[in-house]
Design a protein around this ligand. Structure first.
Ligand code: CUA
Length: 391
């Protein structure tokens, strides 16, 4: 009976250990995927109310961003296990080291536990067969054991401390790396503003950050409202954007491609849809992009009506379009049509999505700070067409 109970205890311990390892590994994976990959499986979107009062089926027009879908090329992987930048690489290596040491400790501790249980079972059986007491020899104090279980953990903690300090020293630098490109990232509820300080004229864009591949990026982080956190798992660790305080971080995309990220600090209703897209371009592509972004907004006479609507309604209070408006509250729209997405990386930019968004943003992103201006169908069409010329 006792043997049976001990056996159950062993099985329980092993199961507990396996569950703990599984939960840890799974937790890491879930965390990266769920919070960083954005909306892999979008919930059924709410229906969009049309200007005439009818309700259209949003499924037909709204396609939530699938990172692998055309026209956006590049990898949608957001795993911390596939770094493409020195800081994220070091973080992964440190993570593996800590995990390996923890596994080692787990195996040793569980090994001793199992050994003790097995030996206990055997000695009890032997004692029962011989008809003597099963009470084991009592040991009080042992200098070698005391020394061992003090010194070994101290060495482990020391090693972990030194390796962690080295990693932090490499990642958390206080001045820009050599030849770095400086970008200012400003967190807003719930979108990202990116500014490129430049003598030839500051470039301002939103949600889609272009950087040259193979060059360090020195990122200045600020917030316009609450605390956000910049996290692109394959490029660097998290760094908070704190109101009234400037933080810095850096990364270097080793290969051209799209790196997805996400605000990693709960900042309100649409925190989960505050997505980041980093486009690491070949250097000449990046320079061309920067040149394009410096150009003034396109003034196409064919969409003069749309520009009039934009300027007559409240749009211009919040959005800048160079030469037309200078609102600062929402994303700069001077080159809106050069982007792949709207709604902070949440929705691909196409005519139907943009029109639905202008009609009533809250239908797509509940709690969104941009109001519905109750435009009629003709005004909606005009302003949508106007915005789509701003490339
Ligand atoms: Cu911004 Cu969460």
């Amino acid at each position: 009976m006792r043997g049976c109970r001990s056996l159950i205890a062993i099985v329980f311990c092993i199961a507990l250990g396996v569950t703990a390892i599984g939960a840890f590994a799974g937790g890491l994976q879930d965390d990266t995927n769920a919070s960083a990959a954005g909306p892999p499986v979008p919930p059924a979107p709410a229906p969009v109310r049309q200007p005439d009062g009818s309700v259209a089926d949003l499924d037909a027009k709204l396609v939530v961003c699938d990172p692998d879908a055309p026209p956006v090329s590049g990898s949608g992987v957001t795993s911390i296990f596939e770094p493409e930048s020195p800081p994220s690489r070091e973080i992964r290596e440190l993570g593996f080291l800590v995990f390996a040491i923890c596994i080692g400790i787990f195996v040793v501790v569980q090994g001793f536990l199992v050994l003790a249980i097995v030996r206990g079972i055997r000695s009890r059986r032997a004692a029962r067969d011989e008809g003597v007491s099963a009470e084991p020899t009592q040991v009080y104090g042992s200098v070698p054991i005391e020394v061992a279980w003090t010194v070994i953990p101290a060495i482990i903690v020391f090693v972990l401390t030194m390796v962690t300090i080295r990693t932090i020293r490499d990642i958390d630098i206080t001045s820009p790396p050599e030849d770095a490109v400086e970008v200012i990232a400003i967190g807003h509820q719930w979108w990202w503003e990116f500014r490129y300080p430049d003598e030839a004229g500051e470039v301002v864009t939103a949600n889609e950050m272009h950087v040259p591949a193979g060059r360090p990026i020195w990122l200045r982080l600020e917030s316009a409202d609450v605390i956000h956190s910049f996290w692109v798992p394959r490029l660097a660790g998290k760094m908070d954007l704190v109101p009234g305080h400037t933080n810095y971080t850096w990364f270097e995309a080793e290969r051209a491609g799209i790196y997805l990220g996400q605000c990693a600090e709960y900042c309100g209703t649409q925190h989960a849809h505050m997505l980041i897209r980093v486009y690491a371009d070949e250097p000449e592509v990046f320079d061309a992009w920067l040149d394009d972004q410096r150009k003034p907004a396109v003034e196409d006479p064919a969409v003069a009506e749309g520009r009039r609507v934009f300027a007559e309604y409240a749009c211009l209070n919040c959005h800048t379009v160079d030469g037309t408006s200078d609102g600062m509250f929402g994303p700069n729209l001077t080159h809106l049509a050069s982007r792949d997405t709207i709604g902070s990386g949440f929705i691909p930019l196409d005519r139907a999505n943009l029109r639905a968004w202008i009609d009533d943003p809250a239908q797509l992103k509940i709690g969104c700070n941009m109001p519905s201006l109750k435009l009629d169908a003709a005004e909606l069409d005009a302003v949508t067409d106007y915005l789509l010329t701003l490339n």
